[in-house]
Design a binder for this molecule. Structure first.
Ligand SMILES: Cc1cc2nc3c(=O)[nH]c(=O)nc-3n(C[C@H](O)[C@H](O)[C@H](O)COP(=O)(O)OP(=O)(O)OC[C@H]3O[C@@H](n4cnc5c(N)ncnc54)[C@H](O)[C@@H]3O)c2cc1C
Length: 302
């Protein structure tokens, strides 16, 4: 792919916002990441589908992102084309116990809509800072809940440009995994099956989870959430990292959080390499101390 594709892309996407040389650090919760060739910001599903079709026509394989809250992106400028789902792709509708949301909806918005409709089961997602698209891709979860347990179907776009509806079993959800990680499908939206509940109790559960996050997580510093997946042994990565003496371990501007050792935080001016070196050192040291091989949960875009 070469940058002389850009004029063709601009023509094909007339009327859709396209930013050239867009710095990814402005689109990731880590505040890290160099410029990409272009970022397209569709403001409706039809713009989103048009952008994907235009890129397919030009043989561009775009990187689709939501709020960039699970990403570590290289600092080097890259010939990559990004489509970022925007807040305009956030429609949420409720029909009985079913809640349907577009891919760009922040999980907090969906959780609030579920609460307002007295629907229980989505409280776990309220404090996860991503979108429905990113959360379905990651099968995001917290406090015993996860997207795969409440999703009944996911609307997606195939490489061929067809809209399809995948049942939850076709999405192959498991711990921080979904079929979307191995298939070239773009997530357009999701339908969740929730339960009738008491609005005040739902609100109280959401407040409780928010308080637990505030007291245990370094929410005042840029990060991408838990750096590593929970190992199959079931012992939390944070515990293994702490026991390996890595609390506060620092390289440049990146460090293992003092507050929650499962998080790597940007203390200011951290580079991609700083974070990679922290991640590598943590993985190697934990392996040496405990024999457990940690696997990153953060998606690394080199
Ligand atoms: C402070 C903090 C706390 C967090 N707490 C949690 C937690 O409790 N539980 C948890 O699971 N995660 C947590 N996370 C991580 C993150 O918020 C989740 O993984 C979230 O689901 C990512 O959503 P996103 O929209 O930001 O996705 P992005 O980071 O933008 O993308 C993540 C992946 O999804 C893909 N993707 C995004 N949108 C689409 C789409 N429409 N179609 C196809 N692929 C797509 C991207 O290509 C990428 O591979 C936390 C992060 C932070 C910063």
């Amino acid at each position: 792919m070469t940058s002389n594709i850009l004029p063709h892309l601009k023509t094909a996407l007339a009327g859709i916002e396209l930013r050239e040389n867009e710095p990814m650090r402005e689109h990731t919760s880590f505040k890290i990441g160099g410029a990409v060739a272009a970022m397209v910001l569709p403001r409706s599903e039809s713009e989103f589908i048009r952008a994907l079709a235009a890129m397919r026509g030009l043989e561009i394989a775009p990187l689709v992102i939501g709020r960039g809250t699970n990403l570590l992106v290289s600092d080097a400028p890259r010939d990559v084309y990004v489509i970022k789902t925007t807040p305009e792709l956030s429609a949420v509708t409720v029909d009985g116990n079913a809640l349907t949301s577009a891919c760009g909806a922040p999980l907090s918005l969906v959780a609030t809509a579920a609460r307002d409709a007295s629907l229980a089961g989505f409280e776990f997602a309220h404090g996860i800072p991503g979108t429905v698209g990113g959360a379905a891709y990651m099968n995001a979860g917290a406090y015993g809940g996860e997207i795969g347990a409440v999703a009944t179907s996911i609307r997606a776009l195939t490489v061929g440009g067809e809209v399809c509806e995948l049942s939850a079993s076709e999405c192959d959800f498991s711990y921080r995994h979904s079929a979307f990680q191995n298939a070239e499908l773009v997530i357009l939206g999701a339908t969740f099956k929730l339960k009738r509940g008491d609005r005040d109790e739902i609100a109280e559960t959401m407040r409780d989870y928010a308080e637990r996050r505030r007291s245990s997580q370094p929410l005042d510093l840029p990060s991408a959430g838990s750096a590593f997946k929970r190992p199959e042994t079931g012992v939390y990565a944070a515990k293994l990292i702490d026991e390996s003496g890595l609390r506060g371990f620092r390289v440049g501007g990146a460090a293992v959080s003092e507050k929650h050792t499962g998080f790597v935080v940007n203390l200011g001016g951290a580079t991609y390499d700083d974070v990679r070196r922290v991640l590598d050192h943590v993985r190697d040291t934990v392996y040496k101390h405990t024999g457990v091989q940690l696997v990153p949960e953060i998606k690394i875009i080199e």
